[in-house]
Design a protein around this ligand. Structure first.
Ligand code: FAD
Length: 402
């Protein structure tokens, strides 16, 4: 009988989170084995080709603001070729009055310079980014093909082992190491350190070591619309991305003169059905009207030409769960990336690699990543007091961090 292979570090899950962490560890000279139940990387939520990325600049969530700013800078530095910077416009809420100087003062108070975020009146916005609405212009906002980014992060490397079609069903301590077992309950490998980046499946895996996490699915559908050049929408289509109630990418002119426009996303709490739904396209059509402030637009003119459906994984407090599961030494988590996979995966790569390699966190601290932010993301935030063997999650009582 051959003994199961032993690895120093195993990553479970080859979506954008697992791939990014593995890539960072490889860049730091570490050997990594990555395991995924699918036959290739980015088979699940990270098959998403149209993700946008920008720092959060809304009021009332200071911690989210700090975290997304750091994560944005990390993502921008990381993604290079697959990072498409086109700017993102964030329209003001229609039910609130907009005072440009107040908003500019607010952005300044956050230390956001004009290169990062600018308050614009509708007239200015039309000149700067072609959108005739009051709001905030985020010149460095970008979009990212998560599928390509994941593939790129896992391209062949002498220190990378990929185990495809390998589903991990549970974990157990085996001697001094962690054992990974498959559905037949065979021990498939052992590892000193295991990073679980398996989105919702993380819940099942940590339950096998008596840890309960408050993770749940939120289904989302993005619609790809076709718009003919003669259609009344054609003149209104945005030359840049817009993020507000929903989001859209810049409209793309096709060789035949018509347009392709990507608008999303529906948000179905607790739902994990991957089928394409007409009702979600209808929802996106109404989001499209809102994003463009085109109240009289005839939504039946937005012809569907495709869609993307994915299941986001979210935690009870809507922040990602990134960090060491200190109560189970050697286990690290990177999950609950919600709707910010592009940002949180870049942050997870830096934070988890520092923890796995037991660096001091000086570099992260220099980037503004203070101890309170590490704690805000840590799995331990869900557990009060000493970690009982049958740990139940405690949800923070504060407002949701969205
Ligand atoms: C409609 C929609 C719009 C979105 N828009 C944006 C956006 O604009 N910007 C943005 O940044 N993000 C966006 N997101 C979110 C983004 O897509 C996700 O946050 C991200 O893809 C999650 O990556 P992940 O690696 O955590 O999970 P996944 O990509 O789901 O990867 C998990 C991996 O784990 C593997 N796995 C699971 N269980 C096991 C097991 N037991 N054993 C082995 N392998 C296992 C799976 O096969 C999978 O490959 C959107 C999501 C949706 C649905």
């Amino acid at each position: 009988m051959t003994l199961p292979q032993h690895h120093e570090i195993v990553v479970i899950g080859a979506g954008i989170a697992g791939a990014c962490i593995a890539n960072e560890l490889l860049n730091r000279g570490q050997a990594v084995c990555i395991v995924d139940s699918a036959s290739h990387p980015a088979s699940a939520c990270s098959s998403h080709a149209y993700a946008i990325a920008h720092p959060h600049v809304g009021r009332g969530a200071p911690r989210l603001l700090r975290l997304t700013r750091i994560a944005f800078l990390m993502a921008e530095a990381r993604w290079g070729q697959v990072w498409k910077q086109h700017g993102i416009f964030q329209p003001s809420k229609k039910d609130k009055s907009f005072n440009r100087d107040d908003v500019a003062g607010y952005l300044q108070s956050l230390n956001l310079d004009e290169e990062m975020a600018r308050a614009l009146s509708a007239k200015e916005a039309l000149e700067v980014c072609g959108i005739h609405q009051d709001g905030i212009w985020l010149p460095r906002g970008a979009s990212l093909n998560l599928f390509e980014a994941t593939q790129d992060a896992l391209k062949p490397h002498p220190k990378l082992i990929c185990c495809w079609n390998t589903s991990v069903a549970r974990l157990e301590k085996v001697g001094g190491a962690w054992g990974l077992f498959n559905l037949q309950d065979d021990l498939i490998m052992t590892a000193d350190k295991v990073i679980i980046a398996a989105a919702l499946e993380t819940k099942k895996l940590v339950a096998s070591i008596d840890v309960r996490l408050p993770l749940r699915p939120v289904r989302g559908q993005l619609s790809i619309f076709s718009i003919t050049a003669k259609n009344s929408w054609a003149a209104r289509l945005p030359p840049t991305a817009i993020s507000g109630d929903g989001y859209c990418l810049p409209a793309e002119k096709l060789p035949d003169g018509n347009y392709r426009w990507i608008v999303g996303s529906s948000f179905d709490e607790g739902e994990s059905n991957l089928q394409d739904w007409d009702s979600s396209d209808d929802f996106n059509r109404s989001q499209a009207k809102g994003l463009l402030n085109y109240v009289e637009g005839d939504v039946s003119q937005l012809q569907k030409m495709g869609s993307f459906v994915g299941i986001r994984c979210v935690a009870g407090d809507r922040l990602p769960i990134i960090g060491e599961l200190t109560q189970r030494p050697g286990i690290f988590l990177a999950t609950a990336l919600g709707s910010r996979g592009a940002l949180w995966s870049a942050l997870a790569a830096k934070l988890i690699s520092s923890q796995v390699l037991e660096d001091d966190l000086a570099l992260l601290t220099r980037l503004g990543f203070a101890a309170d932010l590490v704690a805000a993301l840590a799995p331990a935030r869900f557990f009060a007091g000493a970690f009982a063997s049958n740990s139940k999650p405690i949800l923070p009582s504060g407002p949701k961090a969205r």
